[in-house]
Design a protein around this ligand. Structure first.
Ligand SMILES: [Zn+2]
Ligand SMILES: [Zn+2]
Length: 378
């Protein structure tokens, strides 16, 4: 009889039967190991949580009074004889890959990750393993990121120009990760940084966790508009098109997301400027990360799973597509589980002005033409 895999996919999430715990479960369970605090990975309702120490305050802020054990990177925790340890994923502050080891067999769950050192998250570290479960949000060759220095030079120049022309600068990115990455790379000799309440609450949680962020000023109804116009405003995606944002008129609105590399994405969000800035690995990054694990088998979750696993199989990997309920944090704040552009659309939309990522609902999420899944694969 075939040996039961150390990690398997269930209706509740990625499960280790031997250790009796889940990784980023999407239904409430007793023991949850959390890769990072984005809402599609850290959900409410689990009895016990295990996460990296730098996620502590954000998790408590987002999930309330939970039973949370925290660890440092590389620290080992035993659960029913199975060894668990976390390694940096470079995605957001406190984000981790989960290494699971039992009787010499090693599995790694990547969570979300990127390879570029963003200057604020602990940089990604490849972990050797037999089985690697990897995200592939941007697993299409069309996605290739420029070094962040280019993006932030552009952003600081754009801000300068707006100040000269008397317009406020509003920059949109999700509240955990993108907002702090932007903040740390802004040139504060240009002006002050103002924040939407959702972002400032997250900043406060991170500061409580000992993270040294640059100074920010929370926008309140009393904040003078003229003062804000010389600064830059960090806002979450949920504020786009709201009265809260319109009151800064005249303003220029910049949107930060990996999807901004697709022509048409900027237009659909009514952004004046699109900054191609992602906290996920691009095509080359994904392949480099997978190669660096030296894994025997790779399982692809959220993203272009079907085409990316086909490509990896062609270049000699034992690759399999799996279905999960992880969402798309590049798309928006606290977004419901969504799916990136259907297969092939990124390539065609790069050529057509109006096309771009279409997002399907959670109901549609499990319906995929190629099938397979982790259990089927094993
Ligand atoms: Zn994430
Ligand atoms: Zn994710």
């Amino acid at each position: 009889m075939a040996k039961k895999p150390l990690l398997e996919f269930t209706d509740s999430g990625i499960y280790c039967a031997q250790g009796r715990f889940y990784i980023d479960p999407w239904k409430p369970v007793d023991d949850a190991v959390i890769t990072h605090a984005h809402s599609d990975h850290a959900r409410w309702g689990n009895k016990r949580y295990l996460a990296h120490q730098l996620s502590q305050q954000v998790l408590l802020y987002r999930l309330g009074d939970i039973q949370l054990q925290t660890v440092e990177y590389g620290e080992k925790v035993m659960k029913n004889g199975v060894e668990i340890s976390l390694y940096p994923a470079g995605h957001v502050i406190g984000s981790a890959q989960v290494r699971v080891c039992y009787q010499g067999e090693v599995w790694v769950v990547s969570g979300d990750y990127k390879l570029e050192d963003d200057g604020i998250s602990t940089p990604f570290e490849p972990v050797r393993c037999h089985h690697f479960i990897s995200e592939c949000t941007f697993g299409m060759p069309v996605y290739k990121w420029k070094p962040q220095k280019h993006i932030f030079d552009d952003m600081n120049n754009w801000w300068c120009q707006n100040v000269k022309e008397g317009r406020a600068s509003v920059i949109v990115g999700y509240s955990l990760g993108k907002a702090q990455r932007i903040l740390q790379n802004l040139d504060l000799s240009i002006g002050k940084v103002y924040t939407h309440g959702v972002i400032e609450n997250t900043n406060e949680a991170l500061r409580r966790n000992g993270i040294g962020l640059k100074p920010t000023t929370r926008i309140t109804i009393d904040t003078p508009k003229e003062e804000v116009r010389r600064g830059i405003i960090l806002a979450p995606p949920s504020s786009v098109g709201t009265h809260w944002m319109r009151r800064f008129n005249p303003y220029d609105f910049g949107y930060c997301s990996g999807w901004m590399s697709i022509r048409g994405a900027k237009k659909r969000r009514a952004a004046d400027r699109g900054f191609v800035l992602s906290d996920h690995a691009d095509w080359d990054g994904l392949i480099a990360a997978i190669e660096a694990t030296g894994c025997e088998k790779v399982y692809l979750t959220h993203g272009y799973t079907a085409s990316f696993s086909r490509y990896l199989s062609q270049i000699g990997f034992d690759a399999h597509e799996v279905h999960t309920l992880f969402g798309d944090d590049e798309e928006g704040e606290e977004a419901a589980p969504t799916q990136p552009p259907p297969e092939g659309e990124a390539l065609t939309s790069a050529l057509t002005e109006n096309a771009g990522p279409k997002h399907l609902t959670a109901e549609n999420f499990k319906v995929s033409p190629s099938g397979g899944g982790l259990e089927g694969a094993l």
